[in-house]
Design a protein around this ligand. Structure first.
Ligand code: FA5
Length: 359
């Protein structure tokens, strides 16, 4: 035969299991474990028991009390999580929250629809390319450059013809350029903004135009099909190669440090004459012992001024009066050097483990 305490334990466990809400569970707890509950009453009864019986019943009483206490805790946990799922039912917690002013400094908060509290929202940080761009814009602003812009989807005239690029130039080839079915294209460089800026305003001009460029290049650690450039254009009277070199040297030393070595090597671009490529090297930067190609630049070709004049229908950019320099810096490469990033593909992979290193 079962001891009455065992019977009591079984009854209590059955009632606990059947408790459908927190109130019912609390009532069960009071009934068995409360001050005048049936299990507590056995504690009083112990005093009346004989010497031999007392340790046996005492052990049984402890086991009963423990079993009932544990069962109540488990049931309470189940009821709590059921209540939470009911409260959140119908709410899409993947939706972006509404940012509201928070009482907790250092946190933003989100208010979920139908949810009365605020949840802390992790603070994001700027992408390394954006950080790079902001630093560059600050330096160029100090040098008197303002911002210019142009479309990513361009026509052949702005991307090639106006830039004195011959019809058979390999860059026009479908293998290098993404063409749209209607004949337009994704700009292969930001030099298109040189033309758009001169079309819309007479000289003097001093602008930078940061933005994306697209090429059907073989993708590897330093080449991407979509990358970023900072175009620069300065047109005034008596602008010389010395001005161009001085401007780029100043910019690169502000960015990478005063010990940065800079080399200009002869090159060919159809839209500049002379044309140069810019290489940097700095012992202060990781892996900075080797020369890295960063930009193309040169003096604006007179044929570019003439193309702009034709489009404008005036002689505003008279090559006899005005001269200018232009450059195109590879922004991804600048960021890779500055932040010691080994592979250009990391910029577009959206991997938080990578991005958080620049927070
Ligand atoms: C040009 O794009 C010229 N428009 C630059 C220019 C502007 C010359 C004004 C003269 C006057 P280039 O193809 O070399 O030049 O590209 C310039 C820079 O863009 C390169 O030095 C490199 O840093 C970057 N770049 C070019 N292709 C890629 C690519 N596929 N992925 C990443 N960066 C690239």
């Amino acid at each position: 035969m079962n001891h009455p305490l065992e019977q009591l334990r079984d009854d209590a466990l059955r009632e606990i299991e059947a408790a459908s809400d927190e109130q019912a569970l609390e009532a069960t707890r009071i009934k068995y474990l409360g001050k005048s509950g049936s299990i507590s009453a056995w504690g009083e009864q112990m005093k009346t028991l004989g010497k031999e019986e007392r340790p046996v019943v005492g052990r049984l009483l402890n086991e009963t009390r423990n079993a009932v206490t544990v069962a109540i805790e488990k049931r309470a946990e189940i009821l709590r999580s059921q209540k939470e799922s009911v409260a959140l039912a119908g709410i899409d917690i993947s939706l972006p929250g509404v940012t509201v002013p928070s009482a907790y400094s250092g946190y933003c908060s989100i208010a979920l629809t139908g949810y009365s509290g605020y949840l802390p929202l992790e603070r994001g940080s700027r992408h390394p390319l954006t950080q790079m761009l902001q630093r560059s814009i600050q330096i160029f602003h100090r040098m008197g450059f303002s911002l210019a812009d142009g479309p990513d989807i361009e026509d052949e005239w702005h991307c090639f013809d106006a830039l004195n690029t011959p019809a058979d130039h390999p860059a026009r080839n479908e293998q290098d350029t993404f063409y749209l079915p209607d004949g337009r294209l994704l700009r292969t460089h930001t030099s298109t903004v040189q033309i758009r800026t001169m079309e819309s305003a007479p000289p003097p001009i001093r602008v930078i135009a940061p933005g994306a460029a697209y090429r059907r290049d073989e993708i590897d650690a330093t080449h991407s099909a979509q990358f970023h450039q900072i175009e620069g254009l300065y047109v005034d009277e008596n602008v010389s190669v010395a001005d161009l070199k001085g401007a780029l040297e100043f910019f690169l030393r502000e960015l990478f440090g005063s010990e940065t070595e800079i080399q200009f090597r002869p090159h060919y671009f159809p839209f500049t004459e002379p044309s140069l490529e810019v290489y940097v090297r700095s012992k202060a930067l990781k892996g900075g012992e080797r020369w890295i190609e960063l930009a193309g630049c040169g003096m604006v070709h007179p044929a570019v001024f003439e193309a702009v004049n034709t489009a404008r229908g005036d002689k505003a950019y008279d090559p006899e009066k005005w001269s200018g320099y232009a450059f195109g810096l590879g922004m991804d490469r600048l960021a890779m050097i500055l932040f010691d990033i080994p592979d250009i593909r990391l910029f577009a992979q959206n991997d938080l483990r990578f991005l958080k290193q620049f927070a």
